[in-house]
Design a protein around this ligand. Structure first.
Ligand SMILES: [Zn+2]
Length: 296
C-alpha cells in the first residue's frame, strides 16, 4: 500500500486559520485521528486485512508551514503549545499529524514544569499570542519518569541511586505529589487492601500519569494567569502508546472532555485535583479487579 504526499500547484491546499481554543483542540484531535488511522492501516495491511487503497495526502509548502518560494522564512505562528514528555515513543508533531510552524513544543521527561520549561512557555505566551490559541500538557501511558516516581514511592530503599543524584531526584520529586494523590485515591476507592492487588503498581502508574499532567496544567494555568493572560485555554490529556490516541477523559467535575477533543480542562483547585483522582481510580477499579482493569 502507498502513502502519498501529493503537491499540485494548481490545486493549492489552504492553511486554515485557527481562530480559538476549540478550533485548536479540534485540529489536534483530527490530526491524532489521522495518525492513528495511518498506523491502523499499516497494521491491517500486515495482516492482509487492508484493501490496499493508497492514502493520498494533498500538501503544498504553505500547508506544511514552509515558505512558498526560496529565500524567505516564515514568521513563527504556532496555534498550540504542547508541554510533553521526552519519551522517544511520543514525538509531538507526529502523533498529532502536524507540520512546521504548527506547534510550540516543550519536552522534558515526565512533562514536569521546571524553571527553564516555564521560561520557554512564558516566552511563547507573551510573544506568540497572536497565533497561540491553546496550551496542552500531555502525559502518556507507560511513562518511565512516572514509573520511576511510583517505584521510588513504593520501595524507597531500592532507589538510593536516585536519592543521591540531585538532577534525577529533582525530576522524581516533582512527580511525587501526583503519585501520592493517586495512591490516596486508589485506597479511598478500593479500600486498604487494594495495595496488595497484583496490578496495583501498574494502576498507580496509570492514575499518576494523568494526575501528573493535571497538576502540571494546574500550575501552568496559575502561572499564565498571574502574567495577566486570563483567557488562554489550558488543558491536559494522556497519549496511549497502544492505541496511538489521546485518551478521552472527563475532567474533575465529571463533565465530558472539553472541546470533545480528548483533553480535559486544567483543575481549578486542589479539590478538583482530589476529585479527578477519585474519578480515575473509580474507572480503574470498577471491574473490581485491579490487575485486569487497565483499559481506561
Ligand atoms: Zn514519559
Amino acid at each position: 500500500m502507498d502513502f502519498i504526499y501529493r503537491y499540485d500547484p494548481f490545486q493549492p491546499v489552504q492553511r486554515l486559520p485557527i481562530a480559538d481554543g476549540a478550533a485548536a483542540a479540534e485540529a489536534l484531535r483530527a490530526g491524532n485521528d489521522r495518525f492513528a488511522e495511518f498506523v491502523r492501516r499499516m497494521q491491517q495491511h500486515t495482516l492482509g486485512n487492508d484493501n490496499g487503497e493508497p492514502m493520498i495526502i494533498p500538501v503544498c509548502p504553505v500547508s506544511l508551514g514552509l515558505p512558498l518560494v526560496a529565500g524567505f522564512a516564515t514568521n513563527q505562528s504556532p496555534f498550540a503549545l504542547v508541554l510533553g514528555c521526552s519519551d522517544a515513543r511520543v514525538p509531538t508533531e507526529t502523533i498529532f499529524d502536524q507540520s512546521f510552524n504548527d506547534l510550540f513544543v516543550v519536552r522534558i521527561a515526565g512533562n514536569v514544569l521546571g524553571t527553564e520549561c516555564l521560561g520557554s512557555i512564558n516566552y511563547a505566551v507573551r510573544n506568540l499570542a497572536e497565533s497561540l490559541q491553546l496550551v496542552v500538557v500531555l502525559g502518556h501511558s507507560g511513562c518511565g519518569a512516572v514509573s520511576a516516581a511510583v517505584d521510588a514511592y513504593l520501595s524507597p530503599h531500592d532507589f538510593v541511586d536516585i536519592a543521591f543524584t540531585h538532577t534525577l531526584r529533582s525530576l522524581i520529586d516533582r512527580i511525587q505529589i501526583a503519585v501520592r494523590g493517586s495512591a490516596k485515591a486508589l485506597t479511598n476507592v478500593g479500600g486498604p487492601s487494594v495495595v496488595q492487588s497484583p496490578g496495583y503498581r501498574d494502576c498507580l502508574v496509570e492514575v499518576a500519569v494523568y494526575l501528573n499532567a493535571a497538576i502540571t496544567a494546574f500550575d501552568l494555568q496559575r502561572e499564565i494567569r498571574s502574567q495577566g493572560n486570563a483567557t488562554l485555554p489550558i488543558v491536559f490529556g494522556a497519549y496511549d502508546l497502544a492505541s496511538q490516541r489521546v485518551r478521552p477523559m472527563p475532567d474533575a467535575r465529571g463533565r465530558p472532555p472539553c472541546f470533545e477533543s480528548g483533553f480535559a480542562e486544567a483543575p481549578q483547585s486542589a479539590d478538583d485535583f482530589v476529585k479527578l483522582g477519585v474519578r480515575l481510580a473509580e474507572r480503574l477499579l470498577e471491574t473490581g479487579d485491579v490487575g485486569s482493569s487497565l483499559n481506561w
